[in-house]
Write a protein that binds this ligand. Sequence first.
Ligand code: PLP
Length: 394
Amino acid sequence: MTTAPATPSSPHVMNTYGRLPIALSHGQGCRVWDVNGREYLDALGGIAVNTLGHNHAQLVAALHDQLGKLIHTSNYYHVPLQEELARLLVERSGMSNVFFCSTGLEANEAALKLARKFGHDKGIERPQIVVYEKAFHGRSIATLSATGNPKVQAGFGPLLEGFIRVPINSISALEEATANNPDVVAVFLEAIQGEGGVNPMHADYLRSVRALCDARDWLLMIDEVQCGMGRTGKWFAHQWAGIQPDVMPLAKGLGSGVPVGAVVAGPKAATIFGPGNHGSTFGGNPLAMRAGVETIRIMEQENLLDNATRIGAQLKTALHQALAPELARGAVKDIRGQGLMLGIELDRPCAALVQQCADQGLLISVTADSVVRLLPPLILSAAQPSRLWPLCAR
Ligand SMILES: *Cc1c(COP(=O)(O)O)cnc(C)c1O
């Protein structure tokens, strides 16, 4: 969780965020300006949301066009744009069908319901789902219960039962925690944990989990809300391991700023829900769907997967070079992540860096207390990363 110095908030806005004393007024590409006219390089991208940066001409034109046609209709009717976005997601994931909602936690909530019903359909009365230490899945009661951060859970008990928690990247820990337990129905993980500190699951581990899920008839559910939609240089981060999940929640980057969530299901999960099992009033509305369709179209026209791979690799190499002394003496413990989802772990809490970088015209976040996290728009150009060096000097 990002911890920024708290500033007094409005008397009318509920005080749920530690906000920086900055108010942004407009943006262009990877740059944003505050209400005082100060310019910043946006290396946070609205927390991995602004895939196409700010004020992308083609996206803005498409949204204008859509506003004049239909914003919302309800799911009482067919929504052709849902069918179009579903097809685009199915083609890129190799999976089979899609349920639309509006946020990440909603997509995860749908995944948890799918897993439970998968169990009930097999006669398992009290289904259990494997989740991970340091995981983040959202802040509803169910997704908070699946989250592995005691700080965000504190004060909201009783949490939901039915979760088994294991450390990441240990297949033996997963096997031990589930041994002789016939009630397990699913494994739920982030391919790269985002809020937990940019912690990648190893490709070998993901392949072993896939094999275990197949052997035990469990659903493999991969939360790609943050690491998906091209951020790591593939459409979905798990694709680096050459596997396919049964259930994949998406949100954040999918609508390039317009709220869009989705849960994509493979053959094993595609028919678990029937009419009446799940729904969302705003889910899949024409404006949101147009944003998703246009985001994917533009990502392909502009080769943004390749761009994320290329610029991300340059950035990582340059960070390694610039931070070599700090790495050598242990002040920087690790530089990790893939594509344009990078984390720099320091040997100390570093929340104050967020303001210090902003003072130098750079927007970043710090997560898990000591990890500087970079999630810039996927349109970041080769010239822009050099503006990230002030960060390295600290
Ligand atoms: C941000 C995030 C969520 C929650 O998404 P919201 O849209 O804030 O509900 C869930 N899972 C992961 C991996 C996330 O990064």
